[in-house]
Design a protein around this ligand. Structure first.
Ligand SMILES: [Mg+2]
Length: 268
């Protein structure tokens, strides 16, 4: 991983889409950092298409898209995207990944996973934001609980033993059925709604994240940034970001935003 200073003006000039994780990338201790919100407005005012990409639930995504200066949001680790229609700029539309099951997280197959996780991993719980989820089940290990990373790995393995997919974020382990992830939904959103085949020119997108559930994006795109608090997760990650900030959480995100804008404008 390289420091942000190694970014070239050419790399920064190519960027049109900025996608970012939310938890512990834009937030710290669960709250949106003031630096993050300022950086989102700076990027919005600079003309970028902004898309948060998160494991958070549909209910949160609706609120984020209505309130924040962003253009779309990918939620529940890629189950869906929500985006604005620009006829009036206020109407939201939902794009589902074709692999989501119509029953969503009400399907009976989640019950066995829940029972085994709650029995085998003392201290975990179904996440507090579960009532607002449509397609996955999230287990808490560090949002309200204080479990270790190895507990999250244990939850991940139990879920996978039932044929489910599971990903560890900095706070939850998200469990779902279906061949989708953050990357697959970003590609679908850009192709279907923005008319862009980003695979043909990956340099048009920059991604910022902080944990293992960002790995699909780190693996695919050349221009990826980890905020410095990604450190403790790196050992267990196969795919790491290309660049790393010197500051953590929202301060790191703002550091990246400022450098991208300044180098694009050739102010360095
Ligand atoms: Mg995160």
């Amino acid at each position: 991983m390289k420091p942000l200073d190694a970014l070239t003006p050419e790399e920064c000039s190519a960027v049109e889409f900025i996608c970012t994780d939310i938890d512990d990338t834009l937030t710290a201790e669960g709250r949106l950092c003031r630096e993050s919100y300022e950086a989102l407005w700076m990027l919005h005012d600079s003309g970028y298409t902004l898309i948060p990409v998160t494991g958070r639930p549909a209910g949160w995504c609706d609120c984020i898209l209505r309130q924040w200066p962003v253009d779309a949001v990918v939620g529940e680790n890629g189950a869906f995207a929500m985006y604005r229609t620009y006829c009036k700029g206020r109407r939201l539309e939902l794009l589902l990944h074709p692999d989501v099951h119509p029953e969503g997280n009400k399907a009976a197959r989640f019950e066995k996973i829940k029972a085994e996780v709650l029995r085998e991993v003392p201290g975990t719980a179904v996440a507090g934001d579960q009532p607002y989820r449509l397609y996955d089940v999230a287990f808490d290990f560090r949002e309200e609980g204080e479990l270790e990373l190895e507990d999250a790995v244990k939850i991940e393995r139990i879920a996978e033993s039932y044929g489910a997919r599971a990903k560890i974020s900095s706070i939850h382990v998200n469990v779902w059925f279906g061949a989708y992830d953050k990357l697959k939904m970003v590609l679908l959103l850009l192709r279907n709604i923005y008319g862009t085949d980003i695979s043909a020119d990956k340099s048009r997108l920059l991604y910022c994240g902080d944990s293992p559930n960002d790995e699909s994006m780190f693996a695919f795109f050349p221009l990826t940034v980890g905020v410095s608090n990604i450190g403790p997760f790196l050992e267990g990650m196969r795919d790491r970001p290309a660049y790393i900030t010197s500051a953590s959480h929202g301060k790191g995100f703002k550091e990246a935003a400022e450098i991208i804008i300044k180098k694009r404008n050739k102010q360095y």
